[in-house]
Design a protein around this ligand. Structure first.
Ligand SMILES: Nc1ncnc2c1ncn2[C@@H]1O[C@H](COP(=O)(O)OP(=O)(O)OP(=O)(O)O)[C@@H](O)[C@H]1O
Ligand SMILES: [Mg+2]
Length: 887
């Protein structure tokens, strides 16, 4: 049975049981669990956390670090080499160096990955501390607050508006409980939940069961209490979260596919090398060992390590700038993001808004409007958003404290229909001291207006004029244009009713308006300019009025030539929308669903879309975007849905994030492209050399040594500098550029390899071995000397050029002069070149089949290096002109 079905049957059955039966089944009582029971339950069902996965033992971590396709292949090659070079070899030729080098490569890259894993875990823990809130439980008959992770199956838990449901729960008591399940179903609809025991109906999806509440969903309004049925990874939400986010990302998939291309490439070419060598030389065992080393040398075994190191390094750098990257892959999306959609209040504007005016329908100050709004805000149990906070703040106005306290005792709450972002208004029913009930509504002007049939002016109720909308906007229009948020307040007498339904929300009387000062953050306009400079197009997606959106856009510098409203959006086909979404930068009066539609239209157009939002209404869009960004002041559920959380108030960190993301991306591409092209060049040279030489162009150990040096260089590549020009525009990944890069630069290294071959074979070796070429030699020791000289020559040339190519291709500028690599890269390059060159002069050289070369060979090498640089520069120049970018 699949995990989902297992889950369904285990949890679902409780929806059809009465609470006492559930208590009996789970062994708990209405008083809650005792301490012993909590321990027993935790023992049995596990902890309520994702970090400490039950399976995440040291062994598991070791497994993830050490077992990947590259290591498996390396391991097999190591074993083969052990068998052929050690067990099957005669005493005289026995040599375990090859196998040792191969195994040490596995150990090095595995250890680095393990370190990265442990580091990533500590960032995840940091996030946990920031986001995980306390939950209220009833244990041993008393209420207490505990951290969410300590919750166990069987606990009785209480929650209210604004909370995230901390586990999967069967509700036992509710008061106007409305929940958004966007986090698990992606739907923006807000569902009413109940606690009644359901009758069994077949085929009902579990998320539709109204007496169950699921982990990670958000309580939009009301309160609830229930019994915990599942915790941690056993929850419905836990079933969704992938244990390893690694395979989810498009880039990761792309990178893996490159690895496979290289492996396939190797699988074809290595046997060719083996056959050519075997047929021409006749030494099959030696040819086999050589082909094996070529295979190891060509394998991009450092690829997974470089990618995780780049991502981890980027996210660490962002952490220092008070930005938490929850998912490592978000780092890369940050870099390739080319559209950033933002909502307005709290992200682009200050997190708190201020109540500025309260007025009647003609715009005169009127405290009754404020009183009504105050009652509405105090009594609705939904998530308090900035509007409510601003209204409730009026109770601290000097001299008004008593008035508002009296108001609350005079009017008692009877019922409510909570706020939701599709309806855009909230209704509360209050009863005055004489027993009369009043329905008070506040919310979006257009939505309220459409439910009003009358207006109230100076205590008189008058029928609404025909062009009411027009006259309302002539009163509030100016405020909207000044960037003020305006909402309407309406009321109705409903006799002595104690309950309301949406049917009652009509024939209302418009009483007046409230307007709020919603100023853009000081840094908003700066950040928008910075984003534009980085070629990220900013767009505003707001639920607020068009006029205020336009005003904010004007102030922060977003082009507001075209504007689309939610209603216009609904009339459009997907095709029309895809076209318009490109040229429009301001979208207003949107519902949460429309925000999602816009994000997905942009994604379909090929953009990498970021979404910055802070409210419950932004959660679906945060989920839909390639990179969801939230701020510290956002509701918990939004922070949870986001991939990135900005802890700082100003938006400038966004720019830093984009830059850091692009840096990360560039360093990854650098590794992939340079490795691919130098491997391509090498294999080409090896095939040429194998066909033409009567001996091996390099011994297996020498190839592996070179590989080791190159790999070590790659370990520090994530810390390399990146040219500023490289990060000015979004980095996109496409496999096409890899091929053209390989084909342009690979052959250059082969060209110099071949020049070196000819020089060594026809000039240097004969000059030092009696004036003739290899084939004319008869003395076996001279023959050996000839081969060793050749091999050392090529070993040095290969090493020099491979390291040089890295310095050359890492930048589009002139290396060393205009753009310098970071200190670690420069020092490893230098140390590597010096150490390996010096090695050929020591007595240990013979161990690797190397020998001393005359100093004048180094003059030749310098010459080769010089022309190599020259040719690369010229090619780079043409390449850049043709394709506009290098890496
Ligand atoms: N607490 C509330 N009470 C009544 N009406 C509200 C409340 N909150 C929001 N509204 C109404 O719903 C509309 C949309 O809400 P809001 O402005 O928060 O949406 P948004 O998409 O988050 O936009 P932004 O955050 O960019 O302003 C508001 O313009 C307002 O008219
Ligand atoms: Mg908002």
């Amino acid at each position: 049975m699949s995990k989902a079905t297992l889950f369904d049957s285990r949890i679902k059955k409780y929806a059809y049981c009465k609470p006492p039966e559930i208590c009996r089944d789970l062994g708990t009582s209405a008083l809650g669990l005792s301490k012993e029971q909590v321990d027993a339950m935790r023992e049995r069902y596990g902890k309520n956390s994702f970090q400490e996965r039950k399976t995440d033992t040291t062994i598991q971590r070791l497994r993830r670090a050490f077992i990947n396709p590259f290591h498996v292949i390396l391991f097999i090659l190591g074993i083969v080499s052990l068998v052929t070079d050690v067990f099957m070899a005669s005493n005289f030729t026995r040599n375990a160096t090859t196998a040792l080098i191969i195994f040490s490569m596995i150990v090095i890259s595995g250890i680095i990955r393990l370190i990265q894993e442990l580091r990533a875990k500590s960032t995840a823990a940091q996030l946990d501390r920031l986001i995980h809130e306390k939950v209220t439980v009833r244990r041993n008959g008393e209420l207490r607050e505990i951290p969410g992770e300590e919750l166990v199956v069987g606990d009785l838990v209480l929650f209210s508006a604004g909370d995230r449901v901390p586990a999967d729960i069967r509700l036992t008591k509710v008061t106007d409980l409305f929940i958004s399940q966007a986090a698990i179903t992606g739907e923006s609809a807000i569902l009413e939940k109940s606690c009644r025991t359901l009758c069994y109906k077949e085929q009902e999806p579990i998320t539709q069961l109204e007496n169950l509440a699921f982990m990670a969903t958000t309580v939009i309004s009301g309160k609830g209490e229930g019994i915990v049925l599942a915790v941690g990874t056993d929850t419905l939400y836990g079933g969704f979260t992938k244990p390893d986010s690694e395979d989810k990302n498009a880039f990761q998939k792309g990178a893996n596919s490159i690895a496979w291309v290289m492996i396939r490439f190797m699988a074809v070419l290595v046997p060719i090398v083996f056959l050519i060598l075997g047929i021409t030389g006749g030494k099959w065992l030696e040819s086999f060992a050589f082909a094996l080393s070529v295979a190891v040398g060509l394998m991009p075994e450092m690829l997974p390590m470089v990618i995780t190191a780049c991502l981890a390094k980027g996210s660490l750098a962002m952490g220092k700038k008070q930005t938490i990257i929850k998912d490592l892959n978000a780092m890369q999306s940050f870099g390739s993001m080319d559209v950033l959609c933002m909502d307005k209040t709290g992200t682009l504007t200050n997190e708190s808004i201020l109540l500025e005016y309260y007025m009647d329908i003609l715009g005169n100050e009127n405290t009754e409007v404020l009183d009504l709004a105050y009652l509405n805000s105090s009594y609705h149990s939904g998530v308090r958003n900035p509007i409510d906070n601003a209204i409730l703040a009026c109770k601290s106005m000097p001299g008004r404290e008593i008035h508002y306290a009296k108001l609350l005792t005079e009017y008692q709450k009877e019922d409510e229909i909570p706020f939701d972002y599709t309806r855009k208004f909230v209704s509360t029913l209050v009863q005055d001291s004489t027993g009369n009930s009043h329905l008070i509504m506040k919310g979006d002007i257009a939505h309220i207006l459409s439910r009003c049939s009358h207006v109230e002016y100076r205590g008189t109720r008058l029928p609404m004029e025909k062009d009411a909308r027009q006259s309302v906007f002539s009163v509030v229009g100016e405020m909207l244009q000044d960037g003020m948020k305006v909402i309407a307040v309406a009321r109705k007498h409903v006799g002595t009713r104690r309950e309301i339904t949406p049917d009652d929300e009509k024939d209302m009387t418009l009483v007046g308006y409230l307007s709020f000062f919603d100023a853009p953050k000081q840094t908003a306009s700066e950040s928008v300019t910075a984003l534009k400079r980085l070629k990220v197009i900013p767009k505003i997606l707001t639920g607020d009025q068009a006029a205020i959106a336009l005003s904010v856009c004007r102030r922060v510098g977003i082009s507001a030539e075209h504007i689309l409203t939610g209603t216009q959006l609904d009339e459009m086909t997907d095709c029309e929308l895809k076209k318009l979404v490109e040229e429009t930068h301001v979208f207003a009066e949107l519902t949460p669903g429309q925000k999602v539609r816009l994000v997905s239209a942009l994604k379909e157009n090929g953009h990498t879309v970021g979404f910055l939002g802070d409210g419950v209404n932004d959660i679906p869009a945060l989920n839909e975007a390639n990179v969801g960004i939230s701020v510290d002041t956002a509701v918990d559920a939004a922070k949870d849905a986001a991939d990135v959380v900005l802890l700082q108030k100003d938006l400038n960190v966004l720019e830093q994030g984009v830059l850091e993301g692009r840096k990360t991306f560039t360093n990854m591409l650098k590794y992939i492209k340079i490795t691919a092209s130098s491997n391509f060049g090498n294999i080409f040279s090896i095939i040429c050399a194998s066909a033409f030489l009567p001996f091996l162009p390099m011994t297996s150990i020498q190839i592996l040594l070179l590989n080791l040096l190159y790999d070590t260089l790659c370990i520090v590549l994530p810390w390399d500098n990146v040219d500023e020009e490289e990060i000015l525009s979004p980095r996109d990944w496409s496999g096409k550029t890899l091929k053209q890069f390989m084909l342009s630069f690979g052959p250059i290294s082969s060209l110099f390899d071949i020049v070196t071959f000819l020089f060594l074979y026809y000039f240097l070796c004969p000059a030092l071995c009696g004036g003739t070429t290899y084939l004319q030699l008869t003395d076996p020791s001279l023959k050996l000397q000839y081969a060793a000289l050749f091999q050392t020559g090529w070993f040095l040339e290969s090493m020099w050029t491979q390291v040089l190519i890295l310095h050359f291709l890492r930048t589009a500028k002139i290396p060393f002069l205009q753009s310098r690599a970071s200190a670690p890269v420069v020092s490893i390059t230098l140390v590597g070149i010096l150490a390996f060159t010096a090695l050929t002069f020591t007595s240990g050289a013979s161990l690797f089949g190397l020998t001393k070369l005359p100093l004048w060979y180094f003059a030749f090498l310098l010459l080769v290096a010089f022309f190599y640089m020259l040719l690369s520069s010229v090619t780079k120049y043409f390449y850049k002109n043709k394709y506009q970018e290098l890496i």
